[in-house]
Design a protein around this ligand. Structure first.
Ligand code: FAD
Ligand code: UDP
Length: 364
């Protein structure tokens, strides 16, 4: 059998590519996925208690891109959902991102306007001329005390690095609010796929020109299959047999628990921002799906070094090493590298979709 394209990975990058190639170019695609399912890290499934959970941690869809939203809407209906996160600090719960309510509760203030909060933060924030790292970006907005309480320990647990060692893009993902908006995201489109991500991927990949091979590392079959072009969405260092050394990825161990109660937590996600717990955050999945059930399932995230690669680690040294790989990748005209692992970028789902659609548009 000859294919026009071999696609490595059935996550967002691989699936969007496969769908575009099959439907727009009318070409034949083989998708090879080493896991036993499609969907990549966005995969969800019903657990043994009948609760829809995300096997690789909470995935909340949010975007400002109409193009991305319209594109995915071909494959799913949506459930309106605005995500909320609380920080657990010494047993007390505070809204995250830091906002007026967080500051009032933490310090016993009664600030009522955005202006008052702005003035307060101006009085405590540090004046950094240059924002070089994840510490700078937070202390320059909220000062050291709020940084210590909400960012330092959580970041250490998550990355095993000091915020100073990480690019500003990491902690810079979290805004600071002067108002009392407790939503985690403010994007224009905030929805969850109504029947879950996996169903959405099934529809995306359901095409006569798309074949899927699960449970196989592409290196085991790449020499036996005939194809014209390769689309690679796995880790870029693995593709090149680590010739410039390993790129570090942060991994997570997920511990799932089911409780015989309708609801456990006060928000979908609670971040443990002190060191009282080894896990970083806990997620209660019924908040995300809106599922009505007698029991509830939660996941606890323990960050770790070994294991599946989940997060590229944005430091200067890693970026340098990635650029060596990128240079090699550019020399290969018949291979396209795309996605979070292949581009070594801390992308959200919508960014992967936007980027993949863009690569498709500009390449074919
Ligand atoms: P992946 O989903 O990683 O897919 C790559 C696929 O390639 C995998 O299935 C892998 O098994 C396969 N593969 C790798 N190597 C090989 C090989 N050698 N042979 C065959 N197959 C291979 N984004 C959001 O927008 N909102 C969120 O709330 C959010 N939460 C997240 C929470 C966690 C814990 C994590 C880890 C990520 C989260 N993300 C979130 C990011 C989101 O998961 C990614 O942006 C997106 O899934 C990346 O898609 P991808 O196709 O690039 O990569
Ligand atoms: N972060 C933190 N405290 C929080 C929330 C986030 O220190 O309460 C930092 C931490 O370093 C984290 C980063 O900000 O890794 C990005 O947070 P986000 O919630 O976007 O992480 P993700 O959902 O990608 O794991």
């Amino acid at each position: 059998m000859k294919y026009d394209f071999l696609i490595v990975g059935a996550g967002f990058a691989g699936s969007v590519m496969a769908e575009r190639i099959a439907t727009q170019l009318n070409k034949k695609v083989l998708v090879v996925e080493k896991r036993n399912h499609i969907g990549g890290n966005a995969y969800d499934e019903y657990d043994e208690h009948g609760i829809l959970v995300h096997k690789y941690g909470p995935h909340i869809f949010h975007t400002n891109s109409k193009v991305v939203f319209d594109y995915l809407s071909q494959f799913t209906e949506w459930r309106f959902y605005e995500h909320k996160v609380l920080a657990n600090l010494k047993g007390e719960l505070y809204p995250i991102p830091i906002n007026r309510k967080t500051i009032n509760k933490l310090y016993g203030f009664d600030f009522k306007s955005d202006e008052e909060i702005k003035k307060y933060l101006n009085s405590v924030r540090s004046n950094h001329r240059q924002i070089k790292n994840s510490e700078d970006i937070i202390v320059s907005q909220v000062g050291y005390d709020l940084f210590e309480k909400f960012f330092r320990n959580y970041t250490k647990k998550q990355w095993n690095l000091e915020p100073k060692e990480l690019s500003p893009q990491v902690c810079g993902r979290i805004p600071v609010r002067y108002n009392d908006d407790c939503r985690y995201f403010t994007d224009k489109y905030q929805f969850m796929p109504k029947e879950g991500y996996t169903k959405m991927f099934e529809r995306m990949l359901n095409h006569t020109h798309i074949e899927i091979l699960l449970n196989i590392d592409y290196k085991r079959i790449v020499n036996e299959i005939k194809f014209d072009k390769l689309i690679y969405t796995g880790p870029i260092d693995y593709f090149f047999d680590y010739k410039f050394g390993k790129l570090p990825y942060r991994s997570i161990r997920f511990e799932f628990k089911n409780y015989q109660t309708k609801i456990m937590e006060q928000a979908a996600v609670v971040n443990y921002t002190d060191l009282s717990k080894d896990f970083t955050r806990v997620t209660e999945y019924k908040y995300l799906s809106g599922q009505d059930a007698e029991t509830t399932s939660l996941s606890y995230e323990y960050s770790q070094i070994g294991g599946d690669p989940y997060y590229p680690i944005p430091t200067e040294a890693n970026r340098g090493r990635y650029l060596l790989y990128k240079k090699e990748a550019k020399k290969l005209y018949d291979v396209i590298f795309c996605g979070r692992l292949a581009e070594y970028q801390y992308y959200n789902m919508d960014q992967v979709v936007a980027n993949t659609l863009n690569i498709f548009k500009t390449t074919f």
